[in-house]
Design a protein. Structure first.
Length: 404
């Protein structure tokens, strides 16, 4: 069978974007329901978010190596089935522990599309085109944080919180059917690994962890995304409890920040027509670091008003549109023979750090924004330092934009 490169058509990008969006949909859609969930099942709803992140970490470590052996399509189909069933089962829970367990399974399903779409893009595109495609995917993916909290808030007004998981199950089923009929295999048999063993997988992951440029790119995006996930986990308590936003106002605020992320990712795609990815990445990392440190300092001096905090959070989230697509494409380009495993480790490290951040915020309760601003600051400063250290010897010539 012939496996021609898939063009980055709008319909192809839309389908891949929907697959990526399953994860953000599962995260953002139920955030406004935290108070309602805790009122019925008990306190600790943030732990269900930590369980979801843990599922993303474990699942991504599995799907990547498997996809290098069997191709990308079949693991994605299996993942959408798991996601759909776990979402529907979540409508029947009677305890917070059961919900956390099902959220873990839901994440195992969602991460198939989240990790393998990056591998599919790299299968089909060279590095500059891959970065541009990743930026275009942000347009679809970014709509999830805009629409999901709004839809979740609307469902809470007209039904109970369980309807949110019913909606997620329906979305998973529809996307799974679209993949069944429309998603072609991107990895031909001759490019697949013919062995799949635990020692080989461990060896491959070890080699990735020792690869300076791969890890420099992975940590540049992963640590910055840790700050974003700290914002996702910690902002409901800060913005709703401390600043008095309603669930609907919080959804609007969340959507505005996501819109900033969408706009910058599209600007990034335009910039890539004229500029190399490396300087864009390096310069963009200043923004989240300075924004989070400014918020931390203002909070320390009790000067963190809502307008100031809103502007700084917007700057932090919007900067990701310049960081994530470029770092992801550059990192995967260093690993042309094991793209699935490389994408897997990228995602696993990102969400391992996110799980740590969410757990810290769930256990560290104060009456101000100190936990949130401190975690975001540590994450963004660490990303900046990792970038400057690990990519210190990298040049634009390290990534050939016209070659494979």
């Amino acid at each position: 069978m012939d496996y021609p490169p898939v063009p980055a058509s709008p319909s192809w990008l839309l389908l891949l974007g929907c697959l990526i969006a399953l994860g953000p949909l599962a995260i953002d859609m139920y955030l406004p329901a935290f108070p309602a969930i805790e009122a019925e099942l008990g306190s600790g709803a943030q732990l269900t978010l930590s369980g979801f992140f843990a599922g993303l970490v474990i699942g991504q470590l599995v799907y990547g190596p498997i996809s290098d052996r069997v191709g990308r399509r079949r693991p994605i189909l299996v993942g959408t089935v798991i996601y759909t069933l776990a979402s529907l089962a979540s409508t029947q829970v009677t305890s917070l522990e059961a919900l956390a367990a099902l959220r873990f399974l839901q994440a195992l399903g969602a991460c198939a599309g989240m990790v393998l779409t990056r591998a599919i893009v790299r299968d089909c595109c060279k590095v500059r085109a891959a970065a541009q495609a990743q930026s275009r995917l942000m347009l679809v993916m970014g709509l999830a944080p805009i629409l999901a909290p709004t839809l979740g808030g609307w469902l809470l007004q007209h039904a109970e919180w369980r309807a949110i998981f019913m909606a997620q199950g329906i979305a998973g089923a529809l996307i799974g059917l679209a993949c069944l009929f429309s998603l072609n295999e991107s990895l031909p048999p001759e490019k697949r690994h013919h062995t799949l063993s635990i020692p080989q997988i461990t060896h491959n992951f070890g080699a990735l962890l020792r690869h300076r440029y791969y890890m420099g790119c992975t940590l540049s995006s992963g640590l910055t995304l840790t700050g974003m996930f700290a914002y996702i986990a910690g902002s409901p308590a800060v913005l709703i409890t401390q600043y008095g936003l309603s669930p609907q106002e919080f959804a609007v605020f969340f959507g505005v920040n996501a819109a900033g992320f969408i706009v910058t990712s599209q600007v990034n795609a335009w910039l890539l027509k004229r500029h190399h990815m490396l300087p864009i990445l390096n310069r963009s990392l200043w923004v989240p670091m300075l924004a989070s440190l400014a918020a931390l300092t203002a909070n320390h001096y009790q000067a963190l008003s809502f307008p100031l905090f809103a502007v700084l959070l917007f700057m932090f989230i919007a900067s990701l549109g310049f960081i994530v697509p470029n770092a992801s494409a550059m990192g995967l380009d260093t690993q042309k023979q094991q793209v699935g495993a490389a994408a897997s480790l990228q995602g696993a490290l990102q969400f391992l750090l996110a799980a740590v951040a969410a757990t810290l915020l769930s256990q560290w309760q104060t009456h101000d924004a100190l936990p949130l601003t401190l975690v975001m600051s540590v994450a963004s400063v660490s990303a900046f330092l990792a970038n400057r250290w690990m990519l210190s010897t990298a040049t634009e010539a390290t990534w050939r934009l016209d070659g494979d």
